[in-house]
Design a protein around this ligand. Structure first.
Ligand SMILES: *[C@@H]1O[C@H](CO)[C@@H](O)[C@H](O)[C@H]1NC(C)=O
Length: 357
């Protein structure tokens, strides 16, 4: 789909009206215009048929919720513990569908490795023992997300280059099955921009929570969380694969020039506004139909998604994080620029405007 400048103008003014409306709501209503779903972090959801399903880790296991709306996941019609065993702590399960099967990828154990379980339906019977996901180099890995793009299955995750906790990069590997990589792991992003890297030299630096989605031009994006999850500078940024690019080639990815959804204005990309009600929004889910990037939503409407953050006025801490529903619109003709690397310095294409409501 191609937007003429005229329709893009209309979209700009529609977004402006929405921002003004949100501010008015805040002023008049005195209550923040956002929807708190539940206490928790790292939401992952998808829509299957007429229901949404989410995955979360709790009590050393994995739980799946079912509800007819994203907001409803806070008071699910069903909530089921689908898996637990003795690998150790469990982090950030990511739910998706492939070939009609539900897959849940998650990190577990003191050494933080990726595992996966699958069942014939989201609330179905999962095996009692999880399969380890065989990733190249077998390093610390979290937030692995399975997706298929251009007929190739990939896993994208946040990991360490070696054995030291200095930097969480985003890696991608081709997968011959949902649990088996084929070939090398490829780095696609490092936390090296000022808004995602400690100026005082302290470590670790963070890129995590990668989520894949395809824009209305058919281009792949990995929207990820940058900066530290322990503070209000946590935010969402975008990697856009250039037209015809190869997902395993780092120079085919163009990074947004700042946060696209965040609470610290100085860290936002120029022209993007900080949040009004929620601090440090991050680790989101696009809640795609069947958790399938091939079914990514297009159009010019506000598209619902979910993220975690901390309500303004509350100290930023892991324990104070909640799931919130928000929305985004595809934002056309957006330039991302870079220097001193191979390939073009500039790339123009779709980006995102994220809203807390
Ligand atoms: C977060 O961003 C700020 C810049 O606003 C930077 O100074 C800080 O080091 C960053 N923190 C991390 C962990 O990346």
């Amino acid at each position: 789909m191609f937007f003429t400048p005229e329709s893009s103008l209309r979209r700009h003014s529609a977004a402006l009206i929405l921002i003004v409306g949100t501010v008015l709501l805040l002023l008049v209503g005195g209550t923040a215009a956002y929807t708190d779903v539940r206490t928790g972090a790292d939401p992952s959801a998808m829509r299957v048929g007429s229901n949404y399903y989410s995955a979360e880790s709790a009590d050393g296991g994995i739980w799946v919720r079912e509800a007819p709306t994203l907001e409803g996941l806070g008071k699910p019609t069903q909530r089921k513990k689908v898996w637990s065993d003795n690998i150790g702590a469990v982090w950030a399960p990511e739910i998706s569908t492939e070939g009609g099967r539900t897959w849940i990828h998650f990190a577990a154990g003191d050494d933080h490795r990726m595992y996966a379980i699958s069942a014939d339906s989201p609330l179905g019977n999962y095996p009692s023992s999880a399969s380890k996901v065989n990733l190249p180099d077998d390093r610390w890995a979290i937030d692995g997300v399975l997706f298929t793009y251009g007929g190739q299955r990939y896993l994208v995750w946040s990991g360490w280059v070696g054995t030291d906790n200095v930097e969480q990069n985003l890696y991608l590997a081709r997968m011959s099955s949902p649990t088996q990589a084929t070939g090398a792991r490829y780095i696609i992003s490092q936390p090296r921009e000022p808004w995602e890297s400690a100026r005082d030299g302290s470590k670790p630096l963070i890129n995590e929570g990668p989520e894949a989605i395809v824009d209305p031009d058919g281009q792949l994006h990995i929207v990820y969380s940058a900066n530290g999850s322990w503070g209000p500078r946590y935010c969402l940024a975008d990697l856009r694969l250039r037209k015809g690019g190869d997902p395993t080639n780092v120079w085919d990815w163009y990074k947004s020039n700042g946060c696209l959804f965040g609470s610290v204005q100085a860290n936002m990309m120029a022209g993007w506004d900080a949040t009004l009600g929620i601090d440090g929004p991050g680790h989101h889910t696009f809640a795609l139909p069947d958790g399938d990037v091939g079914k990514s939503p297009g159009g010019t409407n506000h598209i619902p998604f979910m993220f975690h953050g901390v309500a303004k006025g509350t100290p930023y801490s892991w324990a104070n994080r909640h799931w919130y529903t928000g929305s985004f619109v595809w934002w056309s003709q957006t330039k991302y620029s870079r220097k001193n690397v191979p390939g073009d310095n500039e790339n123009v294409g779709y980006s995102f405007k994220f809203f807390e409501a």
